[in-house]
Ligand binder design. Sequence first.
Ligand SMILES: C[S@@+](CC[C@H](N)C(=O)[O-])C[C@H]1O[C@@H](n2cnc3c(N)ncnc32)[C@H](O)[C@@H]1O
Length: 453
Amino acid sequence: MHRKARNMEKSQSSGKSGMAARAGALRLIHAVLSEKALLDEAYAHELAEGPLRKLNGSDRAFAKRIATTVLQHLGEIDTILSRFMERGIPKKSGPLRNILRIGTAELLFLNTPPHAVVDCAVSHYRTWRKYAGFKGLTNAVLRRISRDGADELATIDPAKATLPDWMYQSLSTTYGQDSTNAMMAQFQKAQIPLDLTLKDPASADEWAERLGAEKMPSGSLRLASHDKVDTLEGFAEGAWWVQDAAATLPVQMLGEVSGQKVLDLCAAPGGKTMQLAAGGADVTALDISAKRLERIEQNLKRVGLSAELVKGDLLKKSFDAKWPFILLDAPCSATGTMRRHPELIHQRTPADIGHFAKLQAKMLNHVADMLAPGGLMVFCTCSLQPEEGPELIADFLMQNPTFGIEPLTAEETPALAPFIQPDGSLRTRPDYWSEAGGMDGFFAIRLRNHAPS
Ligand SMILES: C[S@@+](CC[C@H](N)C(=O)[O-])C[C@H]1O[C@@H](n2cnc3c(N)ncnc32)[C@H](O)[C@@H]1O
């Protein structure tokens, strides 16, 4: 048997390490759902300070796989549990709910052998002795789910069950039900591809061959796996950086920037800064977060590129001279990234969308003043919500009559053609390129300042 498959089988067993992996998953799920932590941050914290640090690589990976699966299928799992527990989850039952969620995820989505699922679920009560009275219930519910759960699952609509109502309404009203289902299928994929942006786009064929990667129409290289990025060929020499294919498109929309002064706003961790610098632009990159600016600095250093870095709140910032090119990659709800961040499905609220849309409008109006007459700006967000895209642009254009949309055209950028909207803006969605693993959802638009100079 292949070593990776053997390790996975070991992790899935009810042995000591398999048990520790489930305990780790339980901690991750609690951190995300009860403390609103981001999954990657909770995982990094567990690796640094929690019990996961004592586990080997495959057990750690299994713990994260379980937590991710629970988050990706939470609505379906909870519906199944409610169908198999007529009286619901008892009050004051501590970890019971999450123990059952893990067991259900393993039975229905991870193909773990039922005896290992039940053994591990029951073994949690060795740590949670106060709740040991729920052992029998845990055992009985999971045995029933292992027998009849798959049939019940077949009757549940994943998007309706797992997306919060407001998000389901927002997506299905904007994109239609079929597209919402197709996006949901991407949010639930077990493996999300790894996209790389090359410092030298002319070397794409060479690097595609060296890395065994697929060359995407946008110019990105795509690998199936996520494992240990820093051990991949080309990392140490700075030949590429990790960036979702869709995230590369806003910079491409600025066109030829070689030798031009470009103001890159909300720049950290610097994916787009590196693209601009690699394209020969004279980049000034601004971000409010000192910690995140450090990451741009490290990233630029690794790939051997440079940019002027400025720490500051863009809403309080003014510059002596106006800029011919501006990129504003505004903070947003990031619902377009739910393939990689399934926790956002459960953490985002309508109030967040309102908050970000207001902030983006404020930023865009402030930044409008920084763009030189005749200058070009790209505004983008990685949100699927229209409030953080077309709706705020419509308001902006009404309030700023010298600005107009500079429509994208298929001839100018053939790779972007499938994503161009009737008004000339760009919309990517998680279900685009679905066969190849999807892409992040981005809204991006090019605006020209037509004020006389
Ligand atoms: C979507 S991320 C930017 C991603 C980045 N452009 C890239 O391609 O790697 C948004 C960034 O906005 C920054 N930000 C949030 N509020 C800001 C403000 N008022 N002024 C400047 N930067 C801000 C955050 O620190 C965060 O790094």
